[in-house]
Design a protein around this ligand. Structure first.
Ligand code: GLV
Length: 336
């Protein structure tokens, strides 16, 4: 009776494009009228549009393209919350024009993603995946049970690492590198002075570093940042690691550089198009470690991301400032 005149239907409608690990969605369901896309995989474009059509809140992932047309097709939409740190899948301009705050999840996944970047760096340097395959394929023979010149890789300890992008993830990678006694060069758009990181121009970083790790967001400025010309500036004994976004590296040029021996090795967690096309030249390139976009994939971090995404969403729906709002000059924006 206390709720007279206000039924559950008065709760804001939220469409979540996927079930998320942890208890965040169950708690969200107690406060809003929640519809969760029921399939284990991402909704196709039409299903996304249909699910979001009447929603006031949209909880999405980086696999959902939230473009101007989609936003236009959702007249009641007041809040977008993406369970990701990257937002290249969201048309921020279109959202901002409509006065829609967009939440994201920076900070909570930086250490976990830095762990993966370092795992890939070590795997590529010490040829771990190749060696694992060698053993499993029954090629580890008695005569070569300890091979003086088998699987020779590169030393990580004492080498020079170039970090492209000095946000939270780049800085977390730099911290790990210092533990490995590496010299760390760093480049970012906004020149940052950081302890233990030598600020350099990008061309200098590429020319000097034995390991290069990419940690910038994908924007019009960073798309193709590591194109054929940039890759050609790198040392022939260099190893490239990308856990940021595939569009930053020219994949065809990278595959050609690896095939031509103009780059020692690479490790990629992200691709220009995901999933990776089975016809991609990367799949035939030598000395390349590949993982399927798992940078933030730890039990604890995925659940923290879901929590923060839900906090952003609820704050937006209640007209409060989101804990993490991505719209420029929008941090205090209160959705009406
Ligand atoms: C993962 O790539 C993310 O943007 O969170």
């Amino acid at each position: 009776a206390w709720a007279r005149g206000r039924t559950v239907n008065a709760r804001p409608r939220v469409f979540a494009t996927r079930n998320l690990p942890g208890g965040a969605l169950a708690r969200l369901a107690q406060r809003v009228s929640l519809e969760v896309w029921p399939d284990p995989g991402a909704p196709a474009r039409e299903a996304l549009a249909a699910g979001a059509r009447d929603a006031e809140g949209l909880l999405c992932l980086l696999t959902d393209r939230i473009d101007a047309a989609l936003i236009k097709g959702c007249p009641r939409l007041r809040v977008i919350s993406s369970c990701s740190v990257g937002l290249d899948h969201v048309d921020m301009e279109a959202a901002t024009r409509r006065g829609i705050p967009v939440g994201y999840t920076p900070g909570v996944l930086a250490e976990t993603t830095a762990d993966l970047a370092f795992a890939l760096l070590l795997a590529a340097a010490r040829r771990i995946v190749e060696a694992d395959g060698f053993l499993r394929q029954g090629r580890w023979t008695w005569e070569r049970r300890w091979d003086p010149d088998g699987f020779l890789g590169r030393d990580v300890y004492g080498a020079t690492l170039g970090v492209i992008g000095l946000g939270a993830i780049g800085r977390a990678v730099a911290a790990r590198a210092r533990g490995f006694g590496m010299r760390v060069l760093g480049w970012s758009r906004s020149l940052r002075e950081l302890e233990g990181v030598e600020p350099v121009e990008l061309s200098e970083l590429l020319a000097e570093a034995q390991f290069v790790s990419v940690h910038v967001a994908l924007t019009p400025e960073t798309r193709g940042l590591l194109d054929a010309a940039a890759l050609a500036r790198m040392r022939e004994d260099a190893i490239l690691v990308n856990t940021a976004r595939g569009g930053i590296v020219d994949e065809a040029a990278l595959a050609a550089a690896l095939r031509g021996g103009r780059l020692a090795a690479a490790a990629l967690d992200v691709f220009a198009r995901e999933p990776l096309d089975t016809a991609s030249p990367l799949l035939d390139a030598p000395n390349l470690v590949l993982t399927p976009h798992i940078g933030s994939a730890s039990v604890a971090t995925r659940s923290r991301m879901a929590e923060l995404a839900v906090e952003n969403l609820v704050a937006g729906l209640e007209g409060r400032a989101m804990p993490r709002c991505a719209n420029p000059d929008f941090a205090d924006f209160a959705a009406g």
